[in-house]
Design a protein around this ligand. Structure first.
Ligand SMILES: Nc1ncnc2c1ncn2[C@@H]1O[C@H](COP(=O)(O)OP(=O)(O)O)[C@@H](O)[C@H]1O
Ligand SMILES: CC(C)(COP(=O)(O)O)[C@@H](O)C(=O)NCCC(=O)O
Length: 318
């Protein structure tokens, strides 16, 4: 019998259940209260104190180590090259499906990181601002591909993130409105050398096309220091998407400016059919083809279960 040790394919991740991960909070203090959480959670994505204490405080502690280590490495390179010190933001990406709750995760992280003792300046940018305007999407027959890689101005997103990592001041990003379902003309947010940028969106861990003429184009993910993938099984995502659509029908869709105002007026059944259609024809295929394949590129995978709680954490160790 061959008793040599088997060479197995080791997982690059260490996997934790909730209780084991919660212990890694160590002595990190709680800096948010119930009112903060109310303000930070999104529609149909509740978050409570337990979730922050058990899941997010250990993440905040981990990121404090990573940011310090990265800054030291960066300063070492600057010293070696004899360059004067420029300030370069640390970029954290938050990726995952439509309706998984990226906005809540990104906002809670931002609030926690901004309350570290050194109170760094933390900015949050969503990639939807880089979607092509509806007029362009309609012209190119891409309205039913919103969120797919071809629906974004990837060059503009790359320019934005590379300018940030080059330490440029006052870098502008366009702004998207979920209400009008389009990029808002003339509106922008300006990022002015923060300590940390959180970049949130479906596509932040994506890589570009295959090499052309022997050259590989740069990817958004090349400029990311730490990637988080927010994960959940398809049936849950489906449920959360449809539930949110039906809740929006009672709220945002009633606004005369809402792109979906029609669905506040039609029958519940018609609205439900539209939500199912958007999920089945756009968001689910996008999840399968373009979003979930980026999960193995994440440094941290947060898997949500029922009630939107994170049940499992996987941290890249190699
Ligand atoms: N049609 C809509 N009208 C108004 N707000 C919306 C609409 N669709 C999504 N939102 C809001 O936009 C934010 C981003 O949603 P989404 O891109 O699905 O990402 P996630 O759910 O992962 O945060 C959420 O806070 C959601 O509540
Ligand atoms: C705007 C989105 C593409 C998300 O963009 P992101 O901020 O992740 O880049 C998405 O919320 C969306 O609108 N998807 C199109 C199908 C739908 O209406 O659900």
């Amino acid at each position: 019998m061959d008793d040599r040790p088997r060479v197995s394919n080791p997982s690059p991740y260490a996997t934790f259940g909730r209780a084991a991960w919660a212990k890694l909070r160590a002595d990190t203090p709680m800096t948010l209260d119930a009112a903060d959480l109310d303000r930070l959670s999104s529609l149909n994505d509740p978050i409570d104190m337990d979730e922050v204490e058990q899941i997010y405080l250990p993440i905040s502690r981990l990121l404090a180590f990573y940011v310090t280590a990265r800054q030291q490495l960066f300063r070492a390179t600057q010293r070696f090259l004899g360059h004067s010190e420029t300030k370069v933001p640390y970029v954290i990406a938050v990726a995952g499906s439509v309706a998984v709750g990226k906005s809540t995760t990104a906002r809670v992280l931002r609030a926690l990181l901004a309350r570290w003792p050194a109170t760094p300046k933390v900015d949050l940018v969503t990639t939807d601002g880089f979607l092509l305007p509806n007029a362009v999407l309609a012209r190119e027959d891409l309205m039913s591909r919103k969120g797919f890689p071809e629906s974004y101005d990837v060059q503009a997103l790359l320019r934005f993130i590379s300018d940030i990592k080059a330490g440029k001041r006052e870098v502008a990003a366009p702004v998207y409105s979920h209400l009008v379902y389009d990029v808002v003309r003339g509106e922008k947010i300006v990022i002015d050398q923060p300590d940390i940028v959180i970049l949130e969106g479906l596509n932040v861990l994506q890589t570009g096309d295959k090499p052309k003429n022997g050259r590989v184009a740069p990817f958004v993910s090349d400029f990311i220091d730490f990637g988080i993938f927010l994960d959940a099984d398809e049936p849950l995502l489906h449920r959360w998407y449809v539930e949110r659509f039906m809740q929006l029908r009672e709220t945002a869709f009633r606004d005369p400016q809402s792109y979906f105002r029609k669905y506040a007026q039609v029958s519940k059944q018609e609205a439900l059919e539209q939500a199912e259609k958007l999920w089945a024809e756009i968001n689910l295929p996008n999840l399968r083809k373009n979003i979930r394949p980026t999960r193995p590129r994440a440094d941290l995978i947060l898997k949500k279960g029922k009630s939107h709680r994170i049940d499992e954490v996987r941290l890249r160790k190699i």
